[in-house]
Design a binder for this molecule. Structure first.
Ligand code: GLU
Length: 457
């Protein structure tokens, strides 16, 4: 590094540090949002140092401020006739490269910090897919657990009554996330259609296949995570075949990550839900997990009644104490902390692939990187879901449906491209092997250049 280079790096470091302090000051108490911003800003230093235009154009200052944050009241009537009130959110984070795009999460933990961290991450993730999609995210602190089907429907209708004013196939296209699957998307779509008086199929993605959904969308996030990790393993002469895998969660991402890992010859020995984890040393029976979770909406501990050779532990975060070659955190944010990372490392983990959004804490990520564990960060590794959402939008615009082979083939290519773009950026910017930095820089550059081109808006 020349003296000039060193000075530029220092200037960039000072700039991002100052900006981060400003973000903390302006968004008090929003810890998850701070965490997501910090990880990105730290890794962007080399890109900012090399392209001072981004600093002059205040690109990062603009990126950390959502274009729009909406919060709204969601009143609904429960089965007993009582009026309930929840809070709804939609953050429209960035529209430089396409309409706002990102899921809706229904979970009691949802607040402005969670929605903003997710919307911020979506910006880089969506850019990495190579598809023309901006970044948004939304949801509610509504807890779907224990609610009847009619309660879910009434909640979704009330939520959409307000949200419908702010979305559209060319402005903002929500989809699912935790607590929002095909059933909820159906109720949301029905209400949107009724309010608009028009069939705008492309306003939501993750629809059922019979009315505008894409084949392969349901599987896309989990499959995509495994495709990405497979690329990362192959580059080191490793593979899923014969490896022992632990996958946290048992929702949509987790189930299809397990399915694809098994198809590639791995033995998946554990999965979890918020009640705890199951460990089946002979290999998880995925049909049982699908029946319990996708059909009966039951808790994961029921698995051991059907498969007595498996054990259940009522602390889901302890799943990382099970020795494995590959760990796929697919449950939720900050589910894997430094202590869990140290245990995985001590047990010889070779690769970690993030299927959930920000599942590893900041310290855990750094522990993996420092110990040369192959690490696939969420923004890259779980981009398959939103990528196929973009393919669903494309099919809706064409009024055509593609075959599952076509969609899956495109997904595989997209995941390969994301892997290559991340590797290339990590090498170009002096952090070879660090896919966290590589993915952030590759995702950032495209959005930043579009913002520069479009002026100060
Ligand atoms: N919620 C998913 C994500 O975190 C999918 C979003 C979408 O399909 O728009 O990327």
């Amino acid at each position: 590094m020349t003296q000039v280079d060193k000075e530029q790096v220092q200037v960039a470091k000072d700039y991002v540090e100052k900006l981060f302090n400003k973000v903390v000051e302006k968004n008090p108490g929003e810890e998850e949002f701070h965490q997501a911003v910090k990880e990105v800003l730290d890794s962007l230093v080399p890109a900012i140092a090399k392209n001072p235009t981004y600093m002059k154009q205040a690109i990062l200052d603009r990126m950390v401020e959502p274009e729009r944050l909406l919060t709204f009241r969601v009143p609904w009537v429960d089965d007993k006739g009582n009026i309930q009130v929840n809070r709804g959110f939609r953050v429209q984070f960035n529209s430089a490269i396409g309409p706002y795009k990102g899921g809706l999460r229904f979970h009691p933990s949802v607040n402005a910090s969670i929605i903003k961290f997710l919307g911020f991450e979506q910006m880089f993730k969506n850019s990495l897919t190579g598809q023309p999609i901006g970044a948004g995210k939304g949801g509610s602190d509504f807890d779907p657990k224990g609610k009847s089907d009619l309660e879910i429907m009434r909640f979704c209708q009330s939520f959409m009554t307000e949200l419908s004013r702010h979305i559209g196939p060319n402005t903002d296209v929500p989809a699912g996330d935790i607590g929002v699957g095909a059933r909820e998307i159906g109720y949301l779509f029905g209400q949107y259609k009724k309010l608009r008086g028009a069939y705008e199929a492309g306003v939501l993605t993750g629809k059922a296949v019979g009315y505008g959904g894409s084949l392969g969308r349901k599987e896309a996030t989990g499959y995509g995570t495994v495709y990405f990790v497979d690329e990362m393993l192959k580059a080191q002469g490793l593979s899923f075949n014969g490896s022992t895998v632990v996958v946290s969660g048992s929702g949509n991402v987790s189930i299809y990550a397990m399915e694809k890992a098994m198809e590639l010859g791995a033995k998946v020995v554990a999965c979890s839900d918020s009640s705890g984890y199951i460990h089946d040393p002979n290999g998880i029976n995925l049909d049982t997990v699908k029946q319990l979770k996708e059909v009966e909406s039951k808790r994961i501990y029921e698995y051991v009644d059907i498969h007595p050779e498996a054990t259940f532990v009522d602390e889901f975060s302890k799943i990382w104490s099970i020795p494995c070659d590959i760990a796929l955190p697919c449950a939720t944010q900050n589910e894997l902390n430094k202590e869990a990372a140290d245990t995985l490392i001590a047990n010889g983990v070779k690769a970690v692939g993030e299927g959930a959004n920000m599942p590893s804490t900041y310290d855990a990520v750094n522990a993996f990187l420092a110990n040369n564990v192959l690490f696939a960060p969420a923004k890259a590794a779980n981009a398959g879901g939103v990528a196929v959402s973009a393919l669903e939008m494309a099919q809706n615009s064409q009024r055509l449906s593609w075959t599952v082979e076509e969609v899956d083939g495109k997904l595989k290519e997209i995941m390969k491209d994301i892997y290559q773009a991340s590797v290339q950026a990590s090498e170009e910017y002096g952090t070879p092997g660090n896919l966290v930095a590589g993915a952030n820089i590759a995702g950032f550059t495209k959005v930043a250049d579009a913002m520069v081109a479009q002026g100060v808006i």
